[in-house]
Every structure is written in structure tokens, then in C-alpha cells.
Ligand binder design. Structure first.
Ligand code: ADP
Ligand code: MG
Length: 351
């Protein structure tokens, strides 16, 4: 399961990719609910003729359908789906609905939730690499955690991850896809010619239009050039460490400060540099608890969900699984919904 995020870029007049999330891509459940809510609101406003502008959004059903297909592919009726969760799940109101949806679609499938510490205590591998947790065989592992060093408190959690990876359970994401979602790999994939290894020439051309400039900061002449470019015009770029979960990127003048400290050491290789995308600014209302409603300037970021099931050799399916829209104040760099800076929104299509 993955989510690709896009901004519409004003100068290039095309949607440009912010990044692809292959681990813990959230908001499938809430995005689907928001669509229903905005449809209801249009009804309340006595504007049913506008309903056709709101595309259907069944992200939750699509994502859970992917997990169910993986469970079927594993082929063991007694096995369960494991959600690898944080110690405290702040996104519980999104996450939990995946369990309910799996139960709704398939009452015969059971979901269990464990954090990495619990997996280290309760998990083991059989000699034929089946993953057993608390007596349950695991068919599918869905990582909602495990993308942050802080989620591995000690060697025990790393061991737990290794046990899961060595098992024959189907993982979402596989370790390969987890790595493919890192900023570094995304930057390497955007290099000229790399997409052509995986796609036909015409497909590669179309996909590469989605990429904005991505630059290595390796200790090389190419990396030196990128450092210089960022130091001269920091407002044009975003400096990204190999992190997930929001709130880690560096913007504007702070890029200079950070690069000044690390530009002569290998530490800079932990980052990549990216062109800053400038989305169109619109006026809208962000509705938040305990805050007065007022008209503000906002930008919107579109997320497209998908599911892929396959092996190293072939892809069984690759499907579109719905969308989500986040709208945030145009003045903030990152649109963290949980951080209170952004809001979930609906797409309104027009010619
Ligand atoms: P994470 O994986 O931590 O979520 P992202 O690369 O998705 O990191 O960045 C987080 C947010 O920062 C994005 O959702 C977007 O709002 C903003 N952002 C990231 N890259 C860019 C960019 N190149 N131009 C403009 N905004 C960006
Ligand atoms: Mg991400």
C-alpha cells in the first residue's frame, strides 16, 4: 500500500510529486469519511447539482482490499493480519477503521495489533519461516510503525524487525519498497535514464514529468554544486533528511544554517535537496475545534493511494485505491494535519 503526494505547480502547470510513501501511508479512512461529509454539506446547502464535481473516494475499501488480497495469496485460512503499531497511536481514528473495514469485507479474517517491543517478546519463526505471534500464524504484516529510529528502543526492536523480515509473511511494505520510499532512493530514481530501466520510453517520459529537480548531496563535485546552489538561493529548495512522518525537512534561510554546519562532512549525505514546489494559493476556511472560522489563504496537496501485490519476479496487481486532499495555510511549510496546521479536504473537479 502506498500514497504518492502531489502539488500542482504554478510555473510548470502540472502536478508535481512531493514524494511517495510506501510505509504507514495514512488517512485512507478519514479521507473517505471527509468525502461523505462534504457530500452531505452540499446537500445541506441545497446544492445537489454540485455533487457530480466531488469524485467518489473509497480509499479505505481500496487499501483494505489490498491487504485482503495479500491474505488470500498467503493461503492459510487460520492465519491473521498483524498491524505493527506505535507505542501510542495518535492516528488511531484513521488506523482503527482499517480493522473494521477488513472485518466488514471479510468476517473470516482476524487482525491483531502489536508494537515492535511486543513482537520481540511474543514473536518467533518456525523452521519453515512461518511467523508466529502469541500462537497466531501471521499471513500479512502491515507496518504502521517502524519508519523512525525512535520506534526502535533497543536491539530487541531491531531483532523483531529482522524476525518479521525473515519470515514468509507478506509485508506491507516489503523491505525493498520501504527503501524505495526513502528520499535518497527517490532522488536516485529521478536521475535521467533510471526510470527507463523499469518502464518503456514513453511511460518513463510521462512519469519523469512529475518529478521536480532532485539533487544528491554526496561528497562529489555534483554534490558540491548542489550545496552551492542551495546556499545561494535557499528559498528555491527544500532540504530533506532520510526521515518520514513529517516535520523533519528544512526550508528557507535555515537551509543555509544547516548546510553551513555539515557541508564539509559526510553528514550531508544523509540529506537530499529538492526544488521547492509553488502551488496555487486559494482562499478557503479551515474548520478547527475551538477556533473561530475565518477566510484564509491556503494550498492543497493531493495524495493518490494504490496497492501492489507481487513477488520479486512479477506483479500480481497494481491498483488505484482512492485519494486524499490536505489543505494547509499557504504560509506554513509542512501541512501536518495531526500537528494542527492542515486540514483534510475534498477534491472539487471543474473544467
Ligand atoms: P515526510 O515523508 O516526512 O512526510 P515529505 O517529503 O512528504 O516528508 O514532506 C512533508 C511536507 O512538506 C509535504 O507534505 C509538503 O507539504 C512539504 N514539502 C515537501 N517537499 C516539498 C517541496 N519540494 N516543495 C514544497 N513543499 C514540500
Ligand atoms: Mg513521507
Amino acid at each position: 500500500m502506498f500514497r504518492c503526494d502531489y502539488f500542482y505547480s504554478v510555473p510548470s502547470q502540472i502536478a508535481q510529486q512531493v514524494e511517495i510513501n510506501t510505509i504507514a501511508s495514512s488517512f485512507g479512512a478519514l479521507a473517505a469519511r471527509i468525502s461523505v461529509m462534504h457530500r452531505y454539506v452540499l446537500g445541506e446547502l441545497r446544492k445537489p447539482e454540485l455533487l457530480g464535481h466531488l469524485p467518489e473516494n473509497d480509499a479505505l475499501a481500496g487499501l483494505c482490499g489490498g491487504m485482503i488480497a495479500a491474505w488470500d495469496a498467503y493461503g492459510c485460512p487460520k492465519a491473521v493480519i498483524l498491524f505493527v503499531v506505535e507505542d501510542v497511536t495518535y492516528n488511531i481514528c484513521d488506523q482503527r477503521f482499517h480493522e473494521y473495514e477488513i472485518r466488514r469485507q471479510r468476517p473470516d479474517i482476524h487482525v491483531i495489533r502489536r508494537n515492535l517491543t511486543q513482537i520481540s517478546q511474543q514473536g518467533c519463526l518456525t523452521s519453515d519461516k512461518r511467523l508466529i505471534i502469541d500462537g497466531d500464524e501471521i499471513a500479512v504484516v502491515y507496518f504502521r510503525a517502524g519508519y523512525e529510529p525512535g520506534q526502535y528502543h533497543s536491539e530487541a526492536e531491531w531483532e523483531a524487525r529482522l524476525t518479521v523480515e525473515r519470515s514468509k509473511a507478506i509485508k506491507s511494505p516489503s523491505i525493498h519498497y520501504h527503501l524505495a520510499g526513502t528520499k535518497k532512493v527517490q532522488q536516485e530514481i529521478a536521475r535521467p535514464g533510471v526510470l527507463n530501466k523499469f518502464l518503456s520510453d514513453s511511460e518513463a517520459k510521462l512519469v519523469s514529468q512529475l518529478f521536480t529537480g532532485l539533487y544528491t548531496l554526496d561528497m562529489s563535485p555534483e554534490g558540491d554544486q548542489a550545496v552551492q546552489m542551495a546556499m545561494e538561493n535557499p528559498e528555491r529548495f527544500v532540504l530533506k533528511p532520510q526521515r518520514e512522518g513529517g516535520g523533519n525537512n528544512v526550508y528557507g534561510q535555515e537551509i543555509r544554517t544547516v548546510l553551513e554546519k555539515i557541508k564539509d562532512s559526510q553528514e550531508r549525505e544523509a540529506y537530499i535537496l529538492m526544488d521547492r514546489i509553488r502551488p496555487p494559493i486559494q482562499q478557503n476556511y479551515l474548520i478547527r475545534a475551538h477556533e473561530p472560522v475565518k477566510l484564509v489563504e491556503v494550498v492543497s496537496e493531493l495524495g493518490i493511494f494504490g496497492t501492489i501485490l507481487g513477488t520479486a519476479k512479477d506483479i500480481q496487481f497494481s491498483k488505484f485505491a482512492g485519494h486524499m486532499l490536505r489543505t494547509k495555510l499557504s504560509s506554513v511549510n509542512e501541512g501536518g494535519v495531526a500537528a494542527g496546521l492542515g486540514a483534510l479536504d475534498s477534491v472539487f473537479l471543474f473544467d
